[in-house]
Design a protein around this ligand. Structure first.
Ligand SMILES: Nc1ncnc2c1ncn2[C@@H]1O[C@H](COP(=O)(O)OP(=O)(O)OP(=O)(O)O)[C@@H](O)[C@H]1O
Ligand SMILES: [Mg+2]
Length: 496
C-alpha cells in the first residue's frame, strides 16, 4: 500500500481521490467514516501534513469539525466568522496562507485544543445547492501551496458539497447547514432472517460486548458495525474503522497503538493509534480474518486486557473502547488449520452475528433493496422517475447474488446510469451475463464479453465470482487472480 502510493504519480493520486469521492456520493451510511479517511488522503495527495473538514451545524449554526486528524472532532467548534475557517465559511472565499499567525483573522483557539501547530493553510468553502455547508482545510505543506493545489482543493470541496446533498447528514431544509449528529441507519429488509439479525444487533448494541459480524462479501457487515455503534451509548464518541487488509504488516502495531516521537526513523512526532482515537467509542476491525498470524498476538493482548503501549513508549495505557470485528472468512476453520489463533477467536466471538446472504432473505428483501437503490441513485443521477419493470423484478428474484447487497446496489446504479427511458427492464440489469472465474476458465477462453458492462463492473463481478469459488477465502482468490489482497478488496468494493 505504502509503496503503491509512492509509485503512483501525484496526478494519479489526485485523480484517484476525486474518483473515489465521486463514488462515495449516495453511500449514506458510510459517509462519515469515508470523510475521515479522506482527510488523510487529501493531505497525502497534496504533500501536506493534515487536512480537516468543518461543517456548519444546522442546529446551532456553528462550525464543527467533522474530521480532525488524531483528535476527537466532537470537541472542536467555532462560531461562523471566527478564525480562518469561520471567515471562509462566512465569505465563501478560498484562502492560501503561508504563515497563518501573520493573518489578523487567525485564531489560535483550535491549535490550543489540539496541540497542533498550524503554519501554512489552504482553506476552501464547501458549498452545495442548499448553500454554504462548511470548510475544508489542508495544513502545513512544506514549500507552500501552489495554484494547482488551490484548483484541486476547490474541486474536492465541490464534490464534498455534492456528497452532502445526498446524505442523511442533511439538516432540515429551512435551516442552513447540516445536522452533524444523527442516525445513519438506512437498513432495508424485513425478512424473518433479517429481523433476527436486528434483534441481536439491538440487544448487543446496548452492552459493551465484543461483536463478531460474519457474512459473505457485500452482506452489510460494514453497515451493521455502524448500526451497532449508533445504537449504543457510545454514539457520540468516534467509530474508528481499521481495515486489516490494507494494514501493512510493518505498520500494524503503530497504526493500532500509536508511537512515540523517535520510535523509529521518520517518527518525528508522537502519533496516537486507532485504539486511542476510538476512546469512549467503538473500534471496528474490518476483515479480521486477513490479519497475519504473527500480528494476532499483538492484537490479543489489547483485546484481552484493553491495555497497550505506544511503539517506543514505556507507559502502559488503557482505553475504554468497544470492539466490533467483521470477516467473511470461516474463522473456526482457520483455527483448525492453524492460521487463526484460537484464543483471539474466542475473545472476539462473544456475540457472533451471521449476516444471511441476500439469496436467503427472500424476494421481498431483494425487491425492497432494489427500490431503495432506485430511489437513492435516481436522485443521485438526476433520474428520479425511473421504475423497475415486471420482467426485471423476476430477474432480480431469480439471480443468485454472489456479491450480495453490494452487487445489487451496483446492478441498479448501472441500470439507472444507462437507462434511456423511465423503466429498467430485465435486459438493462444485465444479470444473465455470466463471467467465468479463473478455475473454470480454459486458457484464454471462457469469458463472455457483455457489451454494456463497464470494465469496473466486470472486474468487480469477476472478483466476486473468484471469491465465491474460493469458498469465501479472499487470500486464495487473490492468489488465483494473481493480485494482492488489497487490490482484490478494492475490486470487490467497485473502486479500482
Ligand atoms: N440491509 C441493507 N440495507 C441497505 N443497504 C445495505 C444493506 N446491506 C448492505 N447495504 C449496502 O450494501 C453495500 C455493501 O455493504 P457493506 O459494505 O456493509 O458489506 P460488507 O459485508 O462489509 O462487504 P465486504 O465483505 O465486501 O466488505 C453498502 O453500500 C451498504 O450500505
Ligand atoms: Mg466491508
Amino acid at each position: 500500500m505504502l509503496t503503491a502510493h509512492r509509485l503512483m504519480s501525484d496526478d494519479e493520486r489526485r485523480f484517484e481521490l476525486l474518483a473515489d469521492l465521486g463514488a462515495m456520493i449516495a453511500r449514506e451510511v458510510e459517509l462519515d467514516e469515508l470523510l475521515a479517511s479522506f482527510a488523510e488522503r487529501v493531505a497525502r495527495a497534496l504533500g501536506a501534513d493534515r487536512a480537516s473538514l468543518w461543517l456548519i451545524d444546522g442546529d446551532s449554526g456553528e462550525l464543527r469539525a467533522r474530521v480532525a486528524d488524531r483528535v476527537d472532532p466532537e470537541d472542536l467548534r467555532l462560531p461562523v466568522g471566527r478564525g480562518i475557517a469561520g471567515h471562509v465559511a462566512r465569505t465563501g472565499e478560498t484562502l492560501v496562507l503561508d504563515d497563518v499567525t501573520a493573518d489578523p483573522r487567525w485564531s489560535p483557539e483550535v491549535d490550543e485544543r489540539t496541540g497542533y501547530r498550524t503554519r501554512s493553510m489552504l482553506s476552501a468553502p464547501v458549498v452545495s445547492a442548499g448553500g454554504r455547508r462548511g470548510v475544508i482545510q489542508v495544513l502545513n505543506k512544506p514549500g507552500g501551496f501552489s495554484a494547482r493545489d488551490q484548483v484541486f482543493v476547490a474541486a474536492l470541496a465541490e464534490q464534498i458539497g455534492r456528497a452532502l446533498e445526498y446524505t442523511s447528514l442533511r439538516g432540515d431544509r429551512e435551516r442552513p447547514g447540516v445536522a452533524v449528529r444523527g442516525r445513519f441507519n438506512h437498513v432495508v429488509g424485513r425478512s424473518p432472517a433479517m429481523q433476527a439479525v436486528y434483534d441481536v444487533i439491538l440487544s448487543a448494541a446496548q452492552t459493551d460486548a465484543t461483536v463478531l459480524l460474519h457474512g459473505e462479501t457485500g452482506t452489510g457487515k460494514g453497515l451493521f458495525a455502524r448500526a451497532i455503534h449508533v445504537n449504543s451509548d457510545r454514539r457520540d464518541a468516534p467509530l474508528v474503522h481499521v481495515d486489516c487488509t490494507t494494514l501493512p504488516a510493518s505498520l500494524v502495531e503503530s497504526e493500532l497503538f500509536g508511537h512515540e516521537r523517535g520510535a523509529f526513523t521518520g517518527a518525528d512526532a508522537r502519533v496516537i493509534g486507532k485504539v486511542e482515537a476510538a476512546a469512549g467509542g467503538t473500534l471496528f476491525l474490518d476483515e479480521l480474518g486477513e490479519i497475519p498470524l504473527e500480528l494476532q498476538g499483538k492484537l490479543l493482548r489489547w483485546v484481552q486486557e484493553r491495555r497497550f503501549e505506544r511503539v517506543g513508549g514505556r507507559e502502559t495505557l488503557a482505553s475504554d473502547v468497544r470492539l466490533v470485528a467483521a470477516t467473511n472468512r470461516d474463522l473456526a476453520a482457520m483455527v483448525k488449520q492453524g492460521t487463526f489463533r484460537s484464543d483471539l477467536y474466542f475473545r472476539v466471538r462473544v456475540v457472533e452475528i451471521e449476516l444471511p446472504p441476500l439469496r436467503a432473505r427472500g424476494d421481498g428483501d431483494i425487491l425492497g433493496l432494489a427500490e431503495h437503490f432506485v430511489a437513492v441513485y435516481g436522485r443521485r443521477h438526476r433520474k428520479p422517475a425511473v421504475t423497475i419493470a415486471d420482467d426485471a423484478r423476476a430477474a432480480l428474484c431469480a439471480h443468485p447474488w454472489p456479491g450480495n447487497v453490494r452487487e445489487l446496489e451496483h446492478a441498479i446504479e448501472r441500470a439507472i446510469v444507462l437507462a434511456r427511458g423511465p423503466v429498467i427492464d430485465a435486459r438493462a440489469l444485465g444479470l444473465d451475463r455470466a463471467l467465468v472465474p479463473p478455475a473454470a476458465a480454459g486458457a484464454g477462453d471462457g469469458v463472455v464479453l457483455p457489451g454494456e458492462l463497464t470494465l469496473d463492473e466486470a472486474s468487480r463481478r469477476y472478483a466476486a465470482a473468484a471469491v465465491e469459488r474460493a469458498g469465501g477465502n479472499q487470500s486464495a482468490a487473490a492468489r488465483a487472480l494473481g493480485i494482492s489482497r488489497n487490490k482484490l478488496a478494492r475490486l470487490l468494493r467497485g473502486s479500482t
